[in-house]
Write a protein that binds this ligand. Sequence first.
Ligand code: NAG
Ligand code: NAG
Ligand code: NAG
Ligand code: NAG
Length: 244
Amino acid sequence: MSLILPFFVLFTLFLLCTTTLAQTPAPAPAGPTNITAVLEKAGQFTTLTRLLKATQMADQINTQLNNSNQGLTIFAPTDNAFASLKSGTLNSLSDQQKVQLVQFHVLPNLYSTSQFQTVSNPLRTQAGNSGNGEFPLNVTTSGNNQVNISTGVNTATVANTIYTDSQLAVYQVDQVLLPLDIFGVQAPAPAPVTAATDLPSKAPSKSSDTTDDTGTSGAMPLNHNVVAAISLSFALLAAIALQL
Ligand SMILES: *[C@@H]1O[C@H](CO)[C@@H](O)[C@H](O)[C@H]1NC(C)=O
Ligand SMILES: *[C@@H]1O[C@H](CO)[C@@H](O)[C@H](O)[C@H]1NC(C)=O
Ligand SMILES: *[C@@H]1O[C@H](CO)[C@@H](O)[C@H](O)[C@H]1NC(C)=O
Ligand SMILES: *[C@@H]1O[C@H](CO)[C@@H](O)[C@H](O)[C@H]1NC(C)=O
């Protein structure tokens, strides 16, 4: 008798412990979003993945996803899209142009497909200025959820949503987005020697004013999205707080 009682106490304690341990939830398979892993899982993006790695943009995108809560939108051309480029197109680009080409497919904000309906064109990409002749990108939508992207050189259609979370949206596109700055017909350089020597400061300041204007108008709708994203984050935090 004197041995059985302690045994029962210990056994009950053991059962309590194991049930408590079993009830604690397994840690989430966390870790920051990895664009390479997202594309590998989706398949048919080997050329884009190679380009992302060669330009170091994969690391840069992953770092951005880990460090900021602003979000990114990526247009991902399929292997077929790259294959339908004129042969030698990628090889003819300089390293810097390859980086710009990849950056042109990345928007520094998270856009849902429904948000595309209200964006104001041209959109700013990570390639930089959206002024005419540089890196403008227009998104147009139609009633039946079709989303087109025009660059001034070509027009691609969003075929599919590959991935989306609170920070990143990846959309499959049927064509490589070709920026005007790299693939546009080169405008003749307006460099009249006399004007440059007569009025050295006036001409450059005028042209930089116009680029500033387009840059600002392009940035305005993005600010709305930041505000929307922040309010959404607060709403989520409030919801979580209520549940606790
Ligand atoms: C991202 O995923 C790729 C492919 O799965 C892997 O090779 C790479 O190491 C991952 N990078 C990080 C930072 O986890
Ligand atoms: C993500 O960011 C955290 C905090 O800044 C850092 O400790 C961690 O090493 C980063 N992870 C990766 C994979 O970059
Ligand atoms: C998108 O592009 C396709 C093919 O170029 C065209 O038929 C369609 O009308 C366009 N839709 C929108 C919303 O621009
Ligand atoms: C993009 O949109 C802007 C503003 O609506 C327009 O001026 C420009 O011509 C458009 N470019 C293309 C290639 O559709």
